[in-house]
Design a protein around this ligand. Structure first.
Ligand code: NAD
Ligand code: IPM
Ligand code: MN
Length: 349
């Protein structure tokens, strides 16, 4: 089983190193790693954020473990050369349309949540985010209006096949959880969202056992903070899912805690923390590696059919937190390396 390691920029390499150390410690038979540059690091080395050789490796591999991309030095580049295009390109080229972002609170992190503990305690939601469409991938550009004003535009669209596909993932995910699916859109304003809602309702005929509800995205953001425990599974579009998952991360303690899986129709996947390259703390050994470590656990479970070591990793993270592990984002002082060590030490407990 070949794992493509794409560490990327900023804290990406720092957090990937800890996930790899943990996987090495588990000593899983038949795992091989191959690393390739991506993002700003790849642009600086070879002039492109997603070189052909990196894309090739991602296609050949059984699963991809991704750090983060994004580099302030690259923010003025033409858009197609920016680091972020690498992750967008991988998602599109590999048809990774289903992004699963679980947000749940480890019992010992109630004090780290931005919410009061009695509210935070209940959060256990799976955000199913569509990843191949929406305003991310529509036509975009800059033009000049008749009045000589600069105007930027990005076309937002979804077709019914794209919505149906992610809706089914949402219903299946809810079925494997607590049987409740909330579809989040902005159908009161957007045609894209009206189609989204219509198609989700059509698909729901195949899932009579699932309790379906709908929320507008502004209300959904408010409800996630007011009473996160009301949610089981959320299905939503690319942009809304991006925003709601960062929001949900703070209910669960920190953006440094949330892993993700991005899956194609066959279950091949890319696994990455939901956070970015965090230029403000990069190179200081301060980043929380737990989101990446938990992404590695998702990789073992979803793409490599290895649920036992996945369970072991998640239990070790929980035990390490119970033992007092806290990186800076969780209000503590542990370094990235010390956090990795604490999880490895907890594997035995
Ligand atoms: P970010 O997620 O990188 O950082 C937001 C804040 O959270 C920062 O204060 C950062 O220090 C903190 N943070 C993030 N991860 C952390 C961790 N593991 N431990 C401790 N603190 C952590 O978001 P941003 O600052 O908006 O973006 C920075 C760059 O990352 C941009 O170039 C952006 O495009 C990119 N980005 C990439 C991805 C990805 O690769 N999938 C995701 C999000 C953002
Ligand atoms: C994420 C990031 C990306 C997104 C960016 C870097 C393209 O924010 O993975 O959440 O918007 O999907
Ligand atoms: Mn994001």
């Amino acid at each position: 089983m070949l794992i493509a390691l794409l560490p990327g920029d900023g804290i990406g390499p720092e957090v990937i190193a800890e996930a790899v150390r943990l996987l090495d410690t588990l000593g899983i038979d038949g795992l091989a790693f191959e690393e390739a540059p991506v993002g700003g690091a790849a642009y600086k080395a070879s002039g492109h954020p997603l070189p052909d050789s990196t894309l090739d490796l991602a296609k050949r591999a059984d699963a991809i473990l991704f750090g983060a991309v994004g580099d302030p030095d690259c923010d003025a580049l033409e858009r197609h050369l920016r680091p972020e295009q690498a992750i967008l390109g991988l998602r599109k080229e590999l048809a990774l349309f289903a992004n699963l972002r679980p947000a749940n609170l480890f019992p010992d992190l109630a004090d780290a949540s931005a919410l009061r503990p009695e509210i935070a305690r209940d959060i256990d939601v799976m955000i199913v985010r569509e990843l191949n469409g929406d305003v991310y991938f529509g036509e975009k550009g800059m033009r000049t209006t008749e009045d000589g004003l600069r105007e930027g535009y990005d076309i937002m669209s979804y077709n019914e096949a794209e919505v149906a596909r992610i809706a089914r993932t949402g219903f299946e995910t809810a079925r494997a959880r607590r049987g409740k699916l909330c579809s989040v859109d902005k159908a009161n304003v957007l045609e894209t969202s009206q189609l989204w809602r219509d198609v989700v309702i059509e698909i729901s005929a195949d899932y009579p056992d699932i309790e379906l509800s709908h929320l507008y995205v502004d209300n959904a953001a408010m409800q996630l903070v007011r009473a996160p425990g009301q949610f089981d599974t959320i299905v939503t579009g690319n942009l809304f899912g991006d925003i709601l998952s960062d929001l949900a991360s703070m209910c669960a303690g920190s953006i440094g805690m949330l892993p993700s899986a991005s899956l194609d129709a066959q279950g091949k996947g890319l696994y990455e923390p939901i956070h970015g390259s965090a230029p403000d703390i990069a190179g200081q050994g301060k980043a929380n590696p737990l989101a990446t470590i938990l992404s590695a656990a998702m990789m073992l479970r979803y793409s490599l059919q290895l649920p036992e070591p996945a369970d072991r990793i998640e239990a070790a993270v929980s035990n390490a937190l119970a033992g007092g592990l806290r990186t800076g984002d969780l209000g503590g002082t542990a370094s990235t390396r010390e956090a990795g060590d604490a999880v490895i030490a907890a594997l035995g407990s």
